[in-house]
Design a protein around this ligand. Sequence first.
Ligand code: ZN
Ligand code: FE
Ligand code: FE
Ligand code: ZN
Length: 266
Amino acid sequence: MTLPADYHTHTPLCRHATGEPIELAAQAVKLGLPELGFSDHNPMPRDGLDDWRMRASELDAYVASVREAQKKYPQLSIKLGLEVDYLPGYEDWVRDLARRYPWDYLIGSVHYLSESWAIDHPQQLAEWKSRDTFEVWAAYFERLAMAADSKLFDIIGHADLCKKFCFYPKQDCTGLFIRFLDAARRSGVAIELNTAGLRKACKEIYPSPAILKLAAQAGVPITFGSDAHAPGEVGLNLAEAVQLAREVGYTHSLRFTKRARELVKF
Ligand code: ZN
Ligand code: FE
Ligand code: FE
Ligand code: ZN
């Protein structure tokens, strides 16, 4: 099977990944990937929000490191993207970032439910135990719907990140999923099949087969991403993700060039 484009990868600038873009590109060439996209964690206006993203002053260096990989591997299509945290109130900051470089695509991700709680951060796991799981999931999918409605992004990242540590609500969440997917369909934003979930406690691709089935029914387009934080993770489990996408009825995924989309058969 030919693997799809890997659109979700990180660089050492986010302080929790290893391998420069040239090293990730080398791995992509070795695997025969048709395309590789970089999507490191975006800078925030205030560098002190957390310690897992590039500083605002490092954006130039990030773009330069991706350009370096493009120069070194002309035989590989390499895209310039960014994983952007969606937090209400930062829309103008995202618009400003979007204007600063000729991005191929922006992935909008919800990690924060408030400015003090990133739900996927292992050091903030205790917060989950002090909250009602269903309420957290409801708030999470509400944020995802807002991110989709904002039209700031081309792709919504890891759409059920809230399952990472296996806090699953007893209640049926179908209504939450549908609300988000309706927003995605309305705005035309894609969702990604992100294989990093397989490497976490939840041991499942983001999003779940149940969500993906609903997404296929709603006609929401998809992309693929390994969320690699090291060269060895590039393209990891993408064959499995393709299999899952096929099972729920997808035949095409999206690729982006300067934020213009193209449907590609897989
Ligand atoms: Zn990361
Ligand atoms: Fe993320
Ligand atoms: Fe990521
Ligand atoms: Zn991510």
